[in-house]
Design a protein around this ligand. Structure first.
Ligand code: VGL
Ligand code: ZN
Length: 222
């Protein structure tokens, strides 16, 4: 079943409800064209992300935030190149170019992002030995970031997601949000994908299986 955004009290889209949050994923310079791990067309979602955010009372930002020498970086593994796959204790890991190193210019939220009312920035991927695509769990699928508890304490039951990259941090976050029991919607046209080795097809299938609804910005913005 496709869940349509509710219109509480007839006042605009579901996002205006106190029980909904918009999570804007990894809108950071390193994921934009010219960045260390540029997502094609990543800059095209910034205006939409800003527009969507104005419709939400609750907005959370996520920020990929790795120490130098992070396990997800190809350069950390002798003889390995970016976009190769390796096996780590917690499962398969795609190796990336160095990106979003803590406090580096590329790790900054892009200056075009104007969401002054964002309430929380969740930093993830800060454990040297575990990657974290999801804003809810690290890649071992066991170490929580604390976001689910935060949202529950705030009385939030509906999570909208947009940002970068659709096939990694957005989709993993969406699947985990749905697993936590949140009604979960991905605003697809406010996302862009990296698309390495069929990752976009896999991510769409994973989201479908988890019960994540795909929606569009125009549906929310009217
Ligand atoms: C991401 C790869 C590595 C993302 C983060 O934000 O989707 N992708 N780190
Ligand atoms: Zn990363």
């Amino acid at each position: 079943m496709t869940l349509r955004p509710q219109t509480p009290g007839g006042r605009g889209p579901g996002g205006s409800a106190a029980s909904a949050v918009l999570v804007l994923v990894d809108l950071q310079l390193d994921f934009l064209p010219g960045g260390a791990l540029a997502v094609p067309g990543g800059d095209e979602v910034l205006d939409l992300a800003n527009a969507l955010a104005t419709r939400f009372r609750n907005v959370v930002l996520s920020q990929d935030w790795h120490p130098a020498g992070h396990v997800s970086f190809a350069l950390t593994h002798a003889g390995r190149a970016p976009f190769e796959r390796i096996e780590l204790d917690y499962g398969p890991q795609i190796l990336w170019p160095d990106h979003c190193i803590q406090d580096s210019p590329g790790a900054a939220i892009a200056p075009q992002v104007r969401v002054p009312h964002a309430q929380l920035v969740v930093r993830k991927g800060h454990h040297a030995g575990i990657d974290s695509y999801s804003t809810f769990f690290e890649a071992d699928r066991a170490t929580p970031t604390g976001l689910a508890g935060y949202l529950r304490e705030r009385g939030i039951d509906t999570v909208y997601l947009a940002g970068l990259a659709l096939d990694f941090c957005v989709s993993w976050s969406a699947v985990d949000a749905a697993r936590h029991g949140f009604t979960t919607l991905v605003v697809e046209d406010a996302c862009r994908a990296i698309n390495v080795d069929g990752s976009l097809t896999a991510a769409l299938a994973d989201m479908e299986a988890a019960g994540v609804t795909r929606t569009t910005a125009s549906e929310l913005l009217g």
